[in-house]
Ligand binder design. Structure first.
Ligand SMILES: [Zn+2]
Length: 333
């Protein structure tokens, strides 16, 4: 193949690639709208894209963020297909887009490099907060890791762990934007803990605060504490607890039932996807009545309670009670 044929072949392949991208994004938008990732056993669209579709985290993040943007601003698909905008530009523009400025922003962003777009967007107000990022660094290379951190990473569907690289003897750098109220609270915590941490190290103050929170909120810690007690008269619930004196059903799930369910389900969402794989979500967990309380399901029987992530709890609520029930404000069981 001579040089000119090679160039012609390359140049004709690029539009096909853009077209293929739009062919992926279009069903992805509808898949997201129907929340089918939940039916397939995943907590989020991002996880579905990485684990089921095999995209890299960066590719999944770009497609997820772009599909979400295109749901609100469908002209994005045309701009991508024509090559006027690339996905990176769409992701960068997303936090700034509104009905009354989208046309201008799409026009002004065309043909700009990432750096040019950064400068362009920096001039637009109000500027969104910098997203949180957590990045491991070795003690010896703090400055270069700081320089490498990208403060413009969009937070859309990007789990923090995607920025954590496996490391054994590393330290981790935390950075986030918070309110002035939070700053005052941290300053106050420093004052209260000064006798213990006279240097006011943020790391120690925050670690101590998080420990206090976990002692109070983490079922695993509570179960461990209970197990370490020399005697615990109630023991671990293995069956149904006693009904209330009046024999009425009670909506609130007793703590000992919650603990038993947490242990049985291993602190993880219990939903099993159609391929037999269990949802791996360990955050945003909720206790779900398998037979809803409103239909007579017991709250005091561990066999009727399961752990579900919010996505799957809402999915079951939608299946049972219709679309409205999937709204977190209306979810009841
Ligand atoms: Zn789940």
């Amino acid at each position: 193949m001579d040089d000119s044929s090679l160039i012609a072949e390359l140049e004709s392949a690029v539009p096909k690639e853009r077209e293929a991208l739009v062919e992926v994004l279009t069903p992805l938008m509808e898949f997201d709208r129907r929340k089918l990732y939940a039916e397939e056993g995943f907590y989020s669209l991002f996880l579905y894209c990485t684990r089921a579709l095999g995209y890299s985290e960066q590719a999944a993040f770009q497609r997820t963020a772009t599909a979400r943007t295109a749901r609100s601003f469908p002209q994005v698909l045309e701009l991508l297909q024509s090559g006027a905008l690339h996905m990176n530009a769409v992701v960068m523009l997303a936090p700034y887009l509104m009905e009354d400025n989208c046309r201008t922003l799409f026009t002004l962003a065309q043909g700009k490099s990432r750096r040019e777009l950064e400068f362009f967007l920096a001039g637009i107000s109000p500027r969104p907060d910098k997203p949180d990022y957590i990045r491991p660094i070795s003690a010896s290379c703090a400055p270069c890791a700081e320089a490498a951190a990208d403060p413009r990473e969009s937070p859309v569907e990007r789990p923090a762990q995607s920025l954590i690289e496996p490391a054994s003897s590393c330290r981790v750098r935390f950075a986030f934007t918070g309110s002035e109220t939070l700053l005052r609270k941290i300053e106050r915590a420093k004052q209260l803990l000064r006798h213990k941490h006279p240097d006011g190290s943020l790391e120690r103050i925050i670690e101590e605060s998080v420990d206090m929170l976990l002692d109070k909120q983490d079922p695993e810690r509570r179960i461990l504490r209970k197990a370490l007690r020399p005697e615990h008269p109630n023991g671990v619930v293995s069956g149904r607890t006693k009904p209330t004196d009046s024999g009425r059903l009670v909506r609130d799930i007793p703590q000992q039932v919650k603990d038993a369910v947490w242990q049985r389900d291993g602190g993880c969402c219990a939903f099993i996807g159609p391929d037999g794989k269990r949802c791996a979500e360990r955050g945003m967990l909720e206790y779900d009545h398998i037979r809803p309380y409103s239909m007579g399901g017991a709250s005091d029987d561990p066999a009727n309670i399961r752990l579900l992530c919010r996505t799957h709890n809402q999915m079951f609520a939608r299946r049972m009670f219709g679309e409205q029930a999937g709204d977190p404000r209306t979810i009841r069981d």
